[in-house]
Design a protein around this ligand. Structure first.
Ligand code: FAD
Length: 340
């Protein structure tokens, strides 16, 4: 690990000021950043510790709920309001990592955790456009079992893939389906970013991963009024039943009226560099009976542009079946943390 300066911020203003310095990074739970520093993937000049900021509240309001950026994943998953009104989020969080990691991992840090692509996390591999812009993507012709099947190239692009990594978060897949918004604060003031715009697909700049400006601090996440409290399911397919990242995951929320679907929230994880959500896949369900045939139509829309590589073709069928299964299980209720 390279030497770095350390500073504990006493207020958001102080954190933003210190975070603006060249080479500075915010330190939350440290469960991702410190690992990457040890691997020499990240070498910040300074760490600005935000663990003592007053960003730990979960606050219900008329429109939904606001979650502070330093709310730990365990506290969020086990909060009574989240369990009752947003069980999809609780279930997704409890499917991630281990209890010890969830006790440290924060909401803001989970949003910004970096890909688990082997070629990114191991600096002995020379080609990684995320680490070294212009060096290439070793995964395209390498061992790409955990890699993306969607969103790797811009529509109409002839330049090929610059990065086929996936975003590893479970929490983010549920937040995408729940229409979350991210609140950020920086030297130029506050702004709110919709979840769909927060994470970036690789395009020609795979090293730009989010819509955050340099030095901006995530202060919270808001969720709109709960629609899927009664009928939702987070399905995670992985190599081990705990302590493993998703090969594919599905966050499914349904608002049912009689046997028909009034509205749906649907997102895939493990398939792209951001949670994969397509409004058309949700619209096709609205007004229709909640049947496996209709669920399969939504899956086909989500996966219509899938492109696979030597080792990950299985993900398309796995995701298709996962969507049908998650939506079917959502019609049966909303388990609290069944994957824990
Ligand atoms: C062994 C292992 C298994 C795991 N399994 C899973 C899993 O199955 N599913 C899953 O979803 N995750 C999993 N994780 C990842 C874990 O959830 C993340 O490491 C964690 O959520 C990151 O949060 P943190 O607070 O520790 O972030 P940190 O490591 O402190 O920070 C991560 C990044 O976010 C930035 N940052 C943090 N907070 C802010 C803020 N408020 N504003 C701006 N920037 C900020 C930091 O500068 C850094 O770049 C696993 C991790 C490990 C080590």
């Amino acid at each position: 690990m390279k030497d770095f300066a350390y500073q504990r911020a006493a207020s958001s203003e102080a954190a933003i000021h210190a975070g603006n310095a060249r080479g500075a990074k915010f330190l939350a739970g440290g469960t991702n950043l410190v690992d990457l520093m040890k691997y020499r993937v990240e070498s910040p000049a300074a760490l600005v510790d935000i663990n003592h900021l007053d960003l730990t509240q979960i606050t219900p309001d008329q429109d939904g709920v606001r979650i502070g950026a330093m709310v730990r994943n365990s506290d969020l998953a086990n909060h009574a309001l989240i369990r009752q009104s947003y069980p999809l989020l609780s279930q997704a969080l409890l499917s991630g990592a281990s209890p010890q990691l969830r006790n440290m991992a924060s909401t803001g840090g989970n949003l910004l955790q970096r890909t688990r692509c082997y070629y990114f996390t191991d600096v002995s591999f020379p080609a990684c456009n995320k680490r070294e812009p212009g060096s290439g993507c070793a995964a395209v012709k390498g061992y790409n079992r955990i890699h993306a099947i969607l969103g790797q190239t811009d529509k109409g692009s002839t330049s090929g893939e610059t990065c086929i990594a996936t975003h590893p978060s479970d929490m983010c897949v549920a937040m995408a389906a729940l229409d979350a918004k991210v609140e950020v604060e920086g030297a130029k003031g506050k702004r709110t970013i919709s979840f769909a715009d927060f994470h970036k697909l690789p395009g020609s700049t795979p090293w730009i991963e989010t819509a955050l400006h340099p030095g901006e601090l995530i202060v919270g996440v808001t969720l709109p009024a709960a629609k899927y409290a009664k009928n939702s399911y987070y399905l995670k397919a992985r190599d081990r039943n705990s302590y493993a990242f998703a090969l594919i995951s599905v966050a499914a929320g349904l608002e049912l009226e009689g046997g028909n679907i009034k509205s749906a929230g649907l997102a895939l994880g493990g398939v792209a560099l951001k949670p994969w959500r397509m409004p058309e896949a949700e619209h096709v369900l609205v007004g229709k009976p909640a049947t496996p045939e209709n669920f399969a139509r939504a899956a086909d829309i989500l996966l219509k542009d899938a492109k696979t590589y030597e080792h990950n073709a299985f993900k398309v069928e796995m995701a298709r079946r996962g969507v049908v299964r998650a939506l079917t299980l959502a019609t049966q209720g909303a388990p609290e943390g069944a994957n824990a």
